[in-house]
Design a protein around this ligand. Structure first.
Ligand SMILES: *[C@@H]1O[C@H](CO)[C@@H](O)[C@H](O)[C@H]1NC(C)=O
Ligand SMILES: *[C@@H]1O[C@H](CO)[C@@H](O)[C@H](O)[C@H]1NC(C)=O
Ligand SMILES: *[C@@H]1O[C@H](CO)[C@@H](O)[C@H](O)[C@H]1NC(C)=O
Ligand SMILES: *[C@@H]1O[C@H](CO)[C@@H](O)[C@H](O)[C@H]1NC(C)=O
Ligand SMILES: *[C@@H]1O[C@H](CO)[C@@H](O)[C@H](O)[C@H]1NC(C)=O
Ligand SMILES: *[C@@H]1O[C@H](CO)[C@@H](O)[C@H](O)[C@H]1NC(C)=O
Ligand SMILES: *[C@@H]1O[C@H](CO)[C@@H](O)[C@H](O)[C@H]1NC(C)=O
Ligand SMILES: *[C@@H]1O[C@H](CO)[C@@H](O)[C@H](O)[C@H]1NC(C)=O
Ligand SMILES: *[C@@H]1O[C@H](CO)[C@@H](O)[C@H](O)[C@H]1NC(C)=O
Length: 264
């Protein structure tokens, strides 16, 4: 019994002896810090370029700050808040829902959302949808499809209409109905198609299911950095510049590229 434990103990000591100085001597604290898992609200680990919560800005890109306080992370893009549903760093796609439309067809204020085009693009799987509010029937004719109410037992005699790309839109709106306001939103194309001409379609569920945004934050540099064993980030000494943190220092793009500084 004791003789069997002894060699195991010896091996354990040797491994410890080898590993311990390496851990202590890991000269790049930035590399170590950016190697940790960083949960944010209900997402177990937020990848580069995202940061926020406990994750330092230098492990992400300043533009991609997440608020981790609520039940789901949120991000502000061109001054509009979005709820982050999922993040896929293999396709650089983030699935979001507009915060003001979360469980709510009829936000208090209407804004046509725009994107910060240098960092975000709509994923090809998104579709534009128009939501019209304060609509009244002004002429008899074919029945008006795709109506929704702003509240279950609404008192006001107006209603909303949603119009997808594959439905007649403006012609119908102007000839049959008069709406006081309209707003453009993005939704998942699959969800939008299931909604078109569907009597039991639910616009709230479609808005909640979100849509894809593709991000750009030195994506290819980050891929080569990670591929060489590094961690991506932004160099606080050269504001806004991509940096690859490696165990022995910081590099321009990957651990095989130009060294910017030794670790700290
Ligand atoms: C993607 O994220 C996972 C988990 O956060 C991480 O292990 C992986 O290295 C990331 N890949 C890239 C290319 O950043
Ligand atoms: C983001 O989420 C937090 C926590 O739920 C909330 O307090 C904050 O208002 C949200 N931000 C926006 C812009 O909606
Ligand atoms: C909206 O409310 C009105 C009045 O309560 C009702 O007749 C109508 O069916 C509702 N429409 C929808 C789409 O729920
Ligand atoms: C639509 O309604 C607005 C006021 O709600 C009114 O000024 C306008 O004339 C109406 N348009 C038509 C075509 O009825
Ligand atoms: C949104 O844009 C449409 C035109 O695309 C415009 O008719 C509408 O008034 C705009 N809505 C708001 C709230 O700015
Ligand atoms: C119609 O909408 C309901 C509720 O969202 C959904 O379950 C159903 O699959 C849709 N039908 C079609 C044909 O897409
Ligand atoms: C539509 O979906 C929302 C969210 O799931 C739900 O609260 C609402 O009752 C649904 N409306 C209808 C008319 O089914
Ligand atoms: C769109 O919705 C479908 C069905 O709900 C889902 O399988 C798909 O992953 C969604 N796509 C995006 C980009 O969210
Ligand atoms: C990162 O992206 C920025 C802006 O697109 C670009 O100016 C820069 O050259 C890229 N590479 C690095 C290593 O910063």
């Amino acid at each position: 019994m004791h003789l069997q434990i002894f060699p195991t103990f010896c091996v354990f000591m040797i491994i410890n002896f080898i590993h311990f100085p390496i851990l202590l001597g890991a000269d790049n604290e930035l590399y170590t810090n950016c190697s940790r898992l960083y949960p944010c609200a209900n997402i177990p680990d937020i990848p580069y370029p995202f940061w926020g919560g406990d994750k330092p800005e230098y492990c992400g890109n300043p533009i991609f700050e997440l608020n981790c306080q609520g039940e789901a992370p949120n991000i502000t893009i061109d001054s509009r808040p979005y709820r982050v549903l999922s993040i896929n760093n293999a396709t650089f796609t983030l699935n979001v829902a507009q915060e003001e439309f979360w469980n709510n067809n009829c936000p208090a204020e209407l804004h046509n959302a725009t994107l910060d085009a240098t960092h975000f693009q709509y994923a090809p799987t998104t579709e534009e949808l128009m939501l019209y509010y304060g609509c009244r029937v002004i002429a008899t004719g074919s029945p008006i499809p795709n109506q929704f109410n702003c509240s279950e037992n609404q008192i006001i005699d107006t209603f909303g209409i949603y119009v997808t790309a594959n439905l007649p839109s403006t012609a119908l709106i102007t000839s049959n109905v008069n709406c006081s306001n309209g707003v453009s939103v993005r939704v998942n194309q699959t969800a939008a198609e299931a909604l078109a001409g569907n009597a039991s379609g639910n616009i709230t569920q479609v808005l909640n299911s979100g849509f894809g945004l593709v991000w750009e934050a030195n994506n290819t540099d980050c891929q080569s950095c990670v591929g060489s064993g590094g961690r991506c980030g932004t160099d606080s000494t050269r504001p806004g510049s991509f940096v690859c943190y490696c165990s022995d220092g910081s590099y321009l793009t990957s651990c095989n590229s130009i060294k910017i500084s030794s670790g700290r």
